[in-house]
Design a protein around this ligand. Structure first.
Ligand code: MN
Length: 726
């Protein structure tokens, strides 16, 4: 039976050697806590349970991870197997540690099944967990490593299930993480249970040939050592027989017997600098004959899992081929422990957290394109996540979206404000169209502008997620663009009419682009919407349009002296009589206020505007209340209706009603019956199934108007009909 003390000492040794900056006091505390929690539990071999967390912590320390990860390893089975709680661990050892333990627990609870469907789900869950904190999956891999080392104590059935799981999930993950050493061990120990015959055949072969193998290894090693000494390159040379599973796979793949295996042996030369790597390569090729097409430069082009080395295969004595890997110490560290190597302590105490997490997941995904990846039949395949796509913000945050998502979905996933102010997007640094489908691992950047006009209706068709669709709809609802367009359109048409500019100018395809340019809008709807929400006043817009029309008209008249049709029709003179008499003023420009739309018969007052003549309000209009303001007093004038017949007046009513089917139709029927021209009929829903309908139409005078009011009041559901006050 193994002793707790021996495991504890072994862990401390690993910490001292590989993670010397770790907080030993805290680690001791966690050890005592875990030991207490697991007190009553035993391993399958009868030893105290705490040996397992100690061994896992030792593996984590060997990798050189930080204090939190070592604590996480010591406590990793506490939530799952003991009465320890998340809160308790968080209080004692900090929230990050508790979260890690919880993460590991979640992975532990994932039920492995060889059923494809279940497996996909498992992998997906793991994936999600991993992208939150990579240390979780590293601890889980270390946990699995220790469990495979002690698999002999499990039942034969469990040995096979666990080994399959290791082979299908954990070894590929370790590979993707660049943890070569652990991946190798996981594969070899799994093979031992999955194909005991194959495993022992290889082991027997290797041991029966041990003498020759050792001799061969020594010879090659001496030759390389002698050459490096001679040329003054300092380096360490290691020879090894390739790991069992790698030989097994080669036999299987090439349908060859052990004797025919192409390269069984590998040498590793580790030097101080990259230039030495290439120098060594030259010397190796000088000493032995290189096999054509077997040289790979993973230094200039690293593998997706960050692996860097020069690989070459050469022919040694007696025609035995062997591989040589040449790398620096730093590259070696990365090759052995992969992404974990980047988690080592930093002197400044700042972990390289976020970036490394991001980098890892990104590379993991990129690895899908790696040609070497096809070697790993059981590797994670991206189509296992075919209903989701994982992409990144420029800062490395992982965003999970439904497959088929576009930059629009991404933008709204970040924040609705980002989506609403989006003016463009970049995918992997390149400008991308809004309908471009995002792929796993894409880095997506949303370009925003404060001047953005907000989402367009098309976006609803281009987005894929319900979230984006909902947020876009919300925007439209909130911004009420449609309503703004209707309102803006009504305002500008009223203003055009008032200024005697024919409405048709806005339908004139030749003129329209110039006019829109003049007011700086891309489309009529944009202009209407802007007027609707008050971005620009109708008066200003019409003034600009008018200026442009006058300019165009003058230009045209000068050009063709035959007097082309002036877009400003002579209607102005025709309507010189507005139907209103202004006291003390003979001839003055009259306009009817839009706020209260007075009609003949109404009690009215006039207000001298700056530059627009006299504007006419109903006396009960709230705007006319300013008449009381002493400062403005001089600008109010007495006005009265003239008896001369005039064109009908546009006016508006607000109808308060119960919101019911057929209401609009009933109102329209009343208006048709009265033979009155309706220019606008809009309903706005209110809470409690009520609504307000705004009705704009033309009447001759107030009697006619009152008649309309009375008729509408009689419609079922209508509560009140009031004149509009703007
Ligand atoms: Mn465990």
């Amino acid at each position: 039976m193994e002793s707790v003390q021996a495991h504890y000492d072994s862990m401390v040794e690993a910490i001292k050697k590989y993670a010397p900056l770790a907080d030993m006091a805290l680690i001791d505390e966690a050890f005592l806590y875990a030991e207490k929690m697991h007190e009553t539990q035993k391993r399958r071999d009868g030893s105290p349970y705490i040996i397992h967390p100690l061994a896992v912590a030792e593996i984590i320390a060997e990798i050189g991870l930080d204090t939190d990860a070592i604590l996480g390893a010591l406590l990793h089975d506490c939530i799952e197997d003991t009465r320890a709680t998340f809160d308790d661990i968080a209080t004692r050892f900090g929230r990050p540690v508790a979260e890690m333990v919880e993460g590991v627990t979640k992975l532990t609870r994932v039920q492995y099944s060889t059923a494809e469907e279940q497996q996909m789900e498992n992998l997906r869950k793991m994936f999600m967990a991993m992208s939150k904190d990579i240390r979780v999956i590293i601890i889980k891999i270390a946990d699995r490593l220790h469990n495979t080392r002690t698999l002999e104590y499990q039942s034969p059935e469990k040995q096979i299930i666990k080994s399959m799981e290791t082979m299908e999930i954990y070894a590929p993950l370790a590979y993707r993480l660049g943890m070569q050493k652990i991946k190798t061990e996981l594969e070899d120990s799994s093979l031992r249970y999955l194909d005991p015959d194959g495993y022992s055949r290889i082991m027997e072969f290797l041991s029966s040939h041990k003498k020759e193998v050792d001799q061969f290894m020594n010879d090659v090693q001496s030759m390389i050592t002698a050459r490096l000494d001679a040329v003054g390159i300092e380096g360490d040379i290691y020879g090894r027989v390739k790991h069992v599973y790698s030989i097994y796979r080669k036999m299987d793949k090439q349908s060859k017997s052990l004797d025919d295996i192409y390269d069984l042996y590998a040498f590793r030369v580790i030097v101080g600098s990259i230039s030495d790597c290439y120098n060594v390569l030259g010397h190796i090729h000088d000493l032995f004959n290189p096999v054509p097409g077997r040289f790979k430069d993973y230094i200039s082009t690293p593998k997706p899992n960050m692996y860097q080395s020069l690989h070459t295969t050469v022919i040694g004595e007696d025609g035995i081929p062997f591989e040589v890997q040449i790398r620096t110490w730093e590259m070696h560290e990365t090759a052995e422990y992969g992404v974990a190597a980047h988690w080592k302590y930093k002197q400044d105490g700042q972990g390289a957290g976020q970036e490394q997490q991001f980098e890892w997941v990104r590379r993991l995904l990129e690895n899908q394109q790696d040609t070497d990846a096809e070697e790993y039949v059981h590797s994670l395949k991206i189509d296992m996540f075919d209903d989701e796509v994982f992409v990144f913000t420029p800062k490395g945050k992982v965003i999970c979206l439904p497959a088929g998502s576009t930059p629009i979905d991404f933008a709204y996933a970040i924040h609705s404000g980002v989506g609403n102010s989006m003016v463009g997007a970049k995918i992997n640094g390149r400008i991308a169209s809004y309908d471009m489908e995002l792929k796993n691992g894409d880095i997506v950047e949303v370009l925003t502008s404060k001047a953005a006009k907000g989402p367009s209706r098309d976006w609803l068709k281009l987005c894929h997620s319900n979230q984006a669709r909902m947020k876009i709809k919300q925007w439209f609802k909130k911004e009420r663009r449609d309503e703004n367009i209707v309102q803006g359109r009504a305002s500008i048409e009223a203003e055009l009419k008032r200024m005697s500019v024919p409405l048709s100018v806005l339908q004139n395809e030749e003129l329209l682009p110039t006019l829109l340019k003049k007011v700086s809008f891309d489309s009529l709807d944009d202009l209407y919407a802007a007027i609707g929400y008050g971005g620009i006043t109708a008066v200003k817009a019409v003034n600009r349009i008018r200026e442009e029309l006058l300019r165009a008209s003058r230009a045209q008249q000068q050009k063709e002296n035959d007097g082309a049709v002036n877009p400003l029709s002579p209607r102005q003179s025709k309507r010189s009589d507005s139907g209103v008499i202004v006291e003390d003023f003979d001839s003055v420009l009259i306009k009817f206020s839009r706020c209260c739309t007075p009609v003949p018969g109404d009690d009215i007052v006039g207000f001298i505007t700056k530059g627009y003549g006299v504007s006419i309000h109903r006396r009960d209009c709230p705007n006319a209340a300013h008449a009381a303001d002493p400062e403005q007093a001089g600008r109010w004038v007495k006005v009265s209706w003239a008896d001369t017949p005039v064109d009908p007046f546009s006016t508006s009513l607000e109808i308060h009603s119960v919101d019911r089917d057929g209401l609009m139709l009933d109102i329209a029927m009343v208006m048709t019956g009265l033979r009155l021209k309706v220019t606008e009929l809009n309903a706005r829903a209110l809470p409690d199934s009520k609504c307000i309908i705004s009705l704009t139409f033309e009447v001759q005078d107030v009697n006619q108007l009152n008649n309309v009011r009375n008729k509408i009041r009689m419609i079922s559901g209508v509560a009140d009909v009031v004149r509009s006050h703007g």
